[in-house]
Write a new protein. Structure first.
Length: 244
């Protein structure tokens, strides 16, 4: 049995991931943006899921969320599922929050970050980026490129931690829209597998996956200079560096 924390787990892919892990006998902690949203996971908490609460767009709430997670005890895996598609909070939610949680939560054995095939259209340019979200300086594609590069940086800097990025597909969730063409039933399968499998592929860190198959990435993802620039920029914004 593994202990697994999943961000953004009150609906969509995150909730499906939590439900599957509970079905498989694992211990799960779900995350809600606000206490009011916990009603949406009542079915999971009734089955024993623990909870953490915090708005990922607000950096002080992310810090508090990390403290809540640490009070629950060390996790075997953390799945960074939460994301937003548009608006000024794209960079705070999609990049800053996973960075800060990675740096501040007691290091698990496995880290999984939800990316997107749209990361390939992102710009590997940090000039003028406003991580605080006071103005819109990055697109969804940019945010997923930054997150995927961050995943590769974690895999490189923390060789004793398994880190993967996952493209769940364009699926009909609240964020993806009703017309999304990919299969919602498959969207959580890869991250469940990566969080729990002892197979050699799941244990080989640094992959970018789509439906349990390795895929190619934007060239900047594995550019170590870009990774280091990204880490320096996020550390300067948050005041928290990624430990060696």
């Amino acid at each position: 049995m593994a202990r697994i924390l999943i961000t953004g787990s009150t609906d969509g892919i995150g909730k499906a991931t939590a439900a599957q892990l509970l079905d498989d006998g694992h211990q799960v902690a779900v995350h809600a943006r606000t206490a009011a949203r916990l009603q949406a996971v009542r079915d999971l908490t009734d089955r024993g899921a623990e909870v953490v609460v915090g708005d990922l767009a607000r950096i002080e709430e992310v810090r508090d969320l990390a403290e809540q997670a640490n009070r629950l005890g060390r996790f075997d895996a953390v799945i960074h599922n939460a994301a937003t598609m548009t608006g000024r909070t794209v960079l705070p939610v999609n990049v800053v929050a996973p960075y800060l949680l990675t740096a501040a939560v007691e290091r698990p054995a496995r880290l999984i970050y939800l990316s997107s095939g749209m990361h390939r259209g992102g710009r590997a340019d940090l000039a003028g980026i406003d991580w605080a979200g006071t103005r819109s300086t990055g697109s969804y594609s940019d945010s997923k490129l930054f997150l995927t590069a961050f995943t590769a940086a974690v895999a490189r800097r923390w060789p004793d931690t398994i880190a993967h990025a996952v493209d769940p597909g364009w699926v009909p969730t609240r964020m993806g829209g009703a017309g999304a063409p990919d299969d919602l039933d498959l969207a959580h399968v890869t991250q469940v597998w990566l969080a729990t499998s002892d197979g050699p592929e799941a244990l080989a860190s640094g992959g970018y996956w789509f439906h349990q198959r390795l895929q190619g990435t934007h060239p900047a993802v594995h550019d170590e200079r870009f990774q280091d620039e990204l880490l320096r920029s996020l550390a300067a914004h948050t005041g928290v560096g990624l430990a060696p």
